[in-house]
Each structure stands twice: as C-alpha cells, then as structure tokens.
Design a protein around this ligand. Sequence first.
Ligand code: NAD
Length: 514
Amino acid sequence: DTQAQQALHRLLAQFGLSLEPGDTPCSNWIDGDLVAGRGDAIALTNPATGGDLVSYRDAGADLLDRAVEAASRAQVEWMALTASERGRRMNDAVRRLEGHEEDLAQLESVIAGKPIRDCRGEVGKVREMFEYYAGWCDKQHGEVIPVPTSHLNYVRYVPFGVVGQITPWNAPMFTCAWQLAPAIAAGNGVVLKPSELTPFSSVAIARLLECGGLPKGLINIVNGLGPTTGAALTGHDGISKLVFVGSPDSGRLIAEAGARRLVPSVLELGGKSANIVFDDARLDDAVAGAQAAIFAAAGQSCVAGSRLLVQRDIFDAVVERVGRAASRIAVGLPADEATRMGPLQNARQYERVTAMIERARAAGARIVTGGQRPEGLPQGADGYYLAPTVIADVDASMEIACEEVFGPVLVAMPFDDEADAVRLANGTRFGLAGAVWTQDPARAHRVAGQLRAGTVWINSYKAINVMSPFGGFRDSGFGRSSGLDGLREYTVPQSVWVETGVEASVAMGYASGE
Ligand code: NAD
C-alpha cells in the first residue's frame, strides 16, 4: 500500500509529526512539544485497502504525568489573563488552521477512511466550535442570589482545573474541537486522548492552536490504547473531570474509574435512533431524510437513524423506495470526490457489523438490499466495504433491531398508530436522537414530546449546531455538550457569602424563616 503510505507520510510531515518516510511518527502533543510514545507499537491499517498504513507507540504513564503537570501549570497562566483576552486568543488560535484545512481533511480521510468531502465539513466544524465558545469567554456572568440582606450571596462559575477527555474514531476532529473549545473557554487545562485508531488529527489541531497563541501546555494530546493510556488518564490524580465520547461499554468503565476517585463524568455514548414516518408525511423528504440519517459516514455516527418506523399502510412502498435509493449510493475510495460512502473504519467493526447481519438473517430477517460487499468497487478498494443495507421483517426484540450496529445498516419496522410508534421508538435502552415525519404539526410536537431522546427532529434529520445542547437519555449517556449547557459541564458553581453588617433584626428574620 505504498501510495497511501507516501500520501500519509507527506501529510504527517506537513504537521511536523514525522520527518523521514518510515519514521515512527510523534503521536503526542505535550507541553508544547511533539513527543513520541514509549509503549508498545500500535499498527494502523488503511480502511480503504486493508493494507498496512503506519505504526506509532502507545504514550505510556510517564508521558501522561508530564501532560497533566503541563496542563495544570498552563491553566493557572490561562486564568491569569482577562476573560476578553482568553476569547481573543481562542479566535486567534483557530485562525491558525487557515491554509491547513485541506491537509487536515486529507489526513483524516486517509486514516479514518471517510469520504474527503465529509472530512472537509468536519474541519469547518472545528472553526465553528472555537469561534462560538471564544464568544462565551467574557460572558460567563455569575449571579446574585436574593438571600436576606444580612448577607450578600453571589455565585460564580469556576473551572475544574485539568479535565481529561477521551474521543472515538468516527469523527475525531469534530469530537476533539467539540470538547476542547468549551473546556478552555471555561478556563480549564486539558489532556485529551483520541481513539488509538485515529490518533494524528487531534495532535495536528492542538499544535496549530498553540502556535496561534494558546499558552504552552494548555492543551495536551496523548495517544494510546484504552486499557493503557486511557485508563491511566481516567485514574490520574490530577484530573478533576472526565468527558467521554464513545461506546456504552467503555463509558461504563470511564464512569466507574471516575466514581472510584469521586470525579464526575459526562458520557456521550451510542444510539439506536428512530426515524418515524407517518402516512401523512411528505414521502420524498422522508425517504431522502431516512437515507441521509443512516448512510452518511457509513452509519458510523452516534446519531445515525438506524431504525425506520413506518406507518403500516405505507410501509412496503417506503421500504422499497429507501432500498432503491440505498442501492444507488456512490460507494468508493475515500479520496475520490464522487464518493458518498466509504468503507467501515476498521476490521473489528467490519466483522462485528457483518456478523450482526448474519445473525439477523439466521433469525428470519429479510435483507431488502445490501448485506454484502458492494459490487463495482474501484481497483484496490479491498478494505472494509459493506453495501448500504436495508433489513425488514424484524421483530423489535431482535439484536439487529435494538443494539447499535454502527454501520450502514437500517432496520425497518411497521407501526399502527401514534402510541405504537412512540412505544417502538422508546423500546431500546438508548435515547440519543429521533425524528418525526408528518404534516400534522400538532402530532409532530405531541410525538416529539413523548420521545425519550436528547435530540428530536421534525421533518428533518441530523441538523446539529454547536449552540444547541446535545446528549443522551439512558444508555446514550448523561451530561450535555454544545451550547451553554456544554460550557457549564466544565465549571463548578461556587457560592460566596459576604456578611453585610445589616442589623440583627433582619438577620433574625432570616433565621426564623421569614
Ligand atoms: P470505544 O468506546 O471503543 O472507544 C472510545 C474511546 O475510549 C477510545 O479513545 C478508546 O481508546 C477509549 N477507551 C476504551 N476503553 C477504555 C478504558 N478502559 N479506559 C479509558 N479509555 C478507554 O468507542 P469507539 O468504537 O471508538 O466509537 C464508537 C462509539 O462511540 C459508538 O458507540 C458511537 O455511538 C459512540 N459515539 C458517540 C457520540 C456522542 O456524541 N454521543 C459521538 C461519536 C461516537
């Protein structure tokens, strides 16, 4: 796979992560330095071809100590600046990405196997998130609480200190900026561990941001496996808050590690989101929405609309249309501008998804389209490709209908009426997102209000914005990211009481509960 290796080397060199072809890249950004890991080698495979791509070394515990120390020192420096200055620095820092957007997108596309046009969109989001949270730096007012006049009581929102963040492989640049920006806007230092499968883009971004004017050491990126570097981060004494984006199984481990040290966590986990189509919906829109909901990013998206619930009288027609649309999606090499869906990111994910499809088939489900490698792939596309898949005749209790697949697999189920739709939609252990398609506005809001999901769309799917809170119910996690709620996760309200010297009768009134 020399072509991809050379392309990757050029990109890594562009960001200073690798000097000579064949070098082990520096995979950590610690206290303003690119540092190579010292642990075991971690080999990465090209998702598009299945060939070897590059290998790097796990960070290891002593690098983590350095990262936490640097973040702790830089955080004090950061908070010594005025709030307006912090906002200005964040804006300056993200402007440093200018001129590097295409290289960042290419780097992500090669490593994550995502279509290049999707990666360009992701880079745009990095800027959006930093600019949004830069604006919050000097607007985090405290509050004055109307306690009796014997005292003045005010609340201010103070940073935790150093926060630990762990992100997944499906949207590495997005999730990195999504959590870095509010963390530093709230005044924290950060140590972030990206997924071991997509280590480099976060390092490149952190380095550019720091060159753009953030204090040395405020943001540190360490790379390595979950059970080694990840566990060292969650168990580190210097970390005061954990923010995790990933699967429910790992989320549980992170929350447990936090609980052992009484450190709070935010968990942004998986989903099995429902797209509910009523028979009065505009069907062209619903079909297009259903398709975008699941097949974008090859279904490797936490908010993927992986369940299509359709009112029974239009079920066959809608499933047939969605299946036909799915079979026409341009599946191809990530670097190809025409590609709309790339491969799955890694061998483990490919095996997991295909095994789930086989178990569904064995349990009696009908594969409407897909379910195997797509036909007509370009030469060399020997990686982890799976055709857009639509599955019908499933029972709500089947694994394929209630577990997160995290692949381009849509299950379709009929429902009879509104109550039935709500019951089915809420019938998994997840609660991340969902959508309602109908032309009856009263019904749209009625159903939206009954869905146990952190985000609900009406006649739309996947609209998200950094201004609006995002997060889950139940196994999709807790805590919120984005918006003011996302910022508040990175602060602690501190209540300050001042004795005002107002005469005792007023104070007595307070004591007697008046
Ligand atoms: P994962 O849970 O396997 O890994 C996520 C991260 O956790 C990685 O960095 C990994 O190294 C780390 N990790 C694993 N075990 C650990 C441990 N014991 N201690 C510390 N860290 C550990 O998830 P993934 O496969 O990378 O990502 C896919 C999952 O992420 C899906 O379930 C998807 O829905 C979810 N996701 C959720 C959101 C959201 O915002 N809700 C966004 C993107 C992805």
